[in-house]
Design a protein around this ligand. Structure first.
Ligand SMILES: NC(=O)c1ccc[n+]([C@@H]2O[C@H](COP(=O)([O-])OP(=O)(O)OC[C@H]3O[C@@H](n4cnc5c(N)ncnc54)[C@H](OP(=O)(O)O)[C@@H]3O)[C@@H](O)[C@H]2O)c1
Length: 283
C-alpha cells in the first residue's frame, strides 16, 4: 500500500472538517502539525491542544479560537493526535483513554510506541494509527509512514491521512513490522544527510578551502541537490549519471564512494544498526 489517491479516497479536506481534533503535546512536532493544519484551512476553533507549556505561537492561536488546555471531558474528538515524548506515553495514553468516543481515531506519532502498546492502554474498540514522521515536517517537507490497526475505518483513515499530510507526504503500510526499518531510513535519515553536509565541508577544508566557504558550499550543494531530486521526474541514479562524465572529476570521486567498502556498505550498516536499536526501544 502507498499513499495513492485510490487508497485514501476518503481523505477529508481540512478546510471542510467540522469536527474536533485534540492534539496532546504541542511541542516541535505538534506545533508543526498545527501550523500545517491551519495552513490547509482548518479552522483553529476545530483544534483543542493539551500542552503544559505552550509556545507563544500556540498561545496566540487561542485568540483565533484554538482551545488551549480545555476541560478534556468537554471534548468529543474525532481524532486525538499524540505528539508527546515516548517516555511520557504510559501516563498520558492511560489518561487519554477517557477522551476517546466510539468514533475517535487515535493517531500516535511517538517513536517506537507500537499499536499493541497503545491498544493495551486504550479501550478495546479503539481505532489507532501509528505514524512515524521526520524533521522536515517542520517546513512542510516531511514524510510520514502510517500503519492502522484493524479497527480503523476508511473514513478514520482518511481523516488521519489529511492530518498527517499537513506536514508533507504520507505513505501507508499494512505490516507494522516494517516500522523499525522505516524509522531507520526516513525517521533518522535527515541526520545522515546533515552528516553528509558536515563531512563534505570537512573534506573541502582538507582539500584547501577556507572552512566557512567549505561549509557554505556543502550546505548549498546538499540543499540544492535535494531540491533537484524533489522536482525532477528522473530516477535518482539517472540524476547521478547526468552529472558524471566518463573519466571526469565526479567519476573519480564516485570510484571511491562506490567502491566495495564504500557508501552502500556504510549506509547498510548504519540503517541496520538503527533498525536494531528501534527494535530494542519498541514498546
Ligand atoms: N522531532 C522529530 O523529528 C520527530 C520525528 C519522529 C517522531 N517524533 C515523535 O514526535 C513526538 C514529539 O516529539 P517532539 O520533538 O515534538 O517533542 P517535544 O518538542 O518535546 O514535544 C512534546 C510536547 O509534549 C508536551 N507534554 C509533556 N507532557 C505532556 C502532557 N502530560 N500532556 C500534554 N503535553 C505534554 C511537552 O511539554 P513540555 O515541554 O512542557 O514537557 C512538549 O511540548 C515524540 O514522541 C517523537 O518520538 C519526533
Amino acid at each position: 500500500m502507498s499513499s495513492t489517491a485510490a487508497n485514501v479516497s476518503c481523505s477529508v479536506p481540512l478546510s471542510q472538517f467540522s469536527g474536533t481534533v485534540a492534539l496532546i503535546g504541542a511541542g516541535k512536532m505538534g506545533g508543526a502539525l498545527i501550523e500545517g493544519w491551519i495552513g490547509l484551512g482548518l479552522d483553529p476553533a476545530r483544534i483543542a491542544a493539551i500542552e503544559p507549556e505552550p509556545a507563544p505561537a500556540i498561545a496566540a492561536l487561542a485568540g483565533r479560537g484554538l482551545k488551549l488546555n480545555p476541560d478534556p471531558q468537554s471534548l468529543r474528538p474525532d481524532a486525538i493526535v499524540l505528539a508527546v515524548k515516548p517516555q511520557t506515553a504510559p501516563e498520558i495514553v492511560a489518561r487519554i483513554a477517557a477522551l476517546t468516543v466510539p468514533t475517535s481515531v487515535v493517531v500516535s506519532i511517538m517513536a517506537g510506541r507500537t499499536l499493541a502498546f497503545l491498544g493495551r492502554a486504550l479501550p478495546p474498540t479503539a481505532a489507532i494509527v501509528r505514524a512515524m514522521p521526520n524533521t522536515p515536517a517542520a517546513i512542510g517537507r516531511g514524510i510520514t509512514v502510517a500503519v492502522p490497526n484493524a479497527r480503523v475505518t476508511p473514513a478514520q483513515r482518511g481523516l488521519a491521512h489529511s492530518l498527517l499530510a499537513a506536514t508533507g507526504a504520507v505513505e501507508w503500510i499494512a505490516d507494522e513490522g516494517l516500522m523499525d526499518a522505516v524509522t531507520a531510513v526516513s525517521g533518522s535519515g535527515p541526520a545522515y544527510v546533515f552528516l553528509l553536509a558536515e563531512s563534505l565541508a570537512q573534506a573541502g577544508v582538507a582539500a584547501g578551502l577556507p572552512a566557512d566557504l567549505a561549509a557554505r558550499l556543502a550546505r548549498a550543494t546538499v540543499a540544492g541537490a535535494g531540491e533537484l531530486l524533489r522536482r525532477s521526474p528522473l530516477e535518482v541514479s539517472q540524476l547521478r549519471q547526468n552529472v558524471t562524465s566518463p573519466g571526469g572529476t565526479t567519476a573519480a570521486a564516485l570510484d571511491v564512494l562506490m567502491a566495495a567498502e564504500g557508501m552502500d556498505q556504510l549506509l547498510k550498516r548504519a540503517v541496520a544498526a538503527a533498525t536494531r536499536r528501534s527494535v530494542e526501544l519498541a514498546g
